[in-house]
Write a protein that binds this ligand. Structure first.
Ligand code: ZN
Length: 156
């Protein structure tokens, strides 16, 4: 299985390809849908969430991994996750993995917002969707890389 550094590199490379694709779609006016939903703010939120997830929300939060250690003193927030999920078990399931991490994060963020007295309103939903998409995309790329690299190792 690829190490933390390999995962970071693969994920960032894929993001660059995705962004290039999005800009190509917008510039070439190839897709009206892309132009309507993907303004510069949405793309920024998506990219930043993707990068954040690559470094902090990897499915490898199920072990003492680099992403887990990057939370420093806040790693306690992910301790239940690490205990509940066996490594490369459900955390690396393409549906349950990202979903469980996003739900865990949503709970943390919701509590934080509650304490700070911030209220979410309708206008935020577009960015919440962009952020969630970015994070899930990053985790899917991780899961796919794990899968492909372990398949390749079996070949040799
Ligand atoms: Zn992994």
């Amino acid at each position: 299985m690829p190490g933390g550094k390999t995962h970071d590199t693969i994920n960032i490379a894929v993001l660059i390809i995705i962004l290039a694709g999005i800009f190509y779609l917008i510039m070439g006016n190839l897709s009206e849908m892309a132009a309507r939903y993907l303004d510069i703010y949405t793309i920024s939120v998506l990219s930043l969430s993707y990068i954040f997830a690559t470094f902090f929300l990897s499915p490898d939060l199920d072990i003492e991994s680099k992403p887990y250690k990057r939370w420093k003193m806040f790693r306690i927030l992910w301790w239940p996750y690490k205990v509940i999920f066996k490594h490369r078990g459900l955390s690396h399931n393409p549906i349950i993995g990202p979903l469980s991490i996003v739900i865990n994060l949503a709970l943390i963020v919701a509590l934080l917002l509650l304490f700070m007295g911030v209220e979410l309103h309708q206008g935020h939903s577009r960015y919440i969707i962009a952020a969630t998409t970015g994070m899930i995309l990053s985790m899917e790329i991780h899961i796919i890389s794990d899968f492909l690299i372990s398949k390749m190792k079996n070949l040799f």
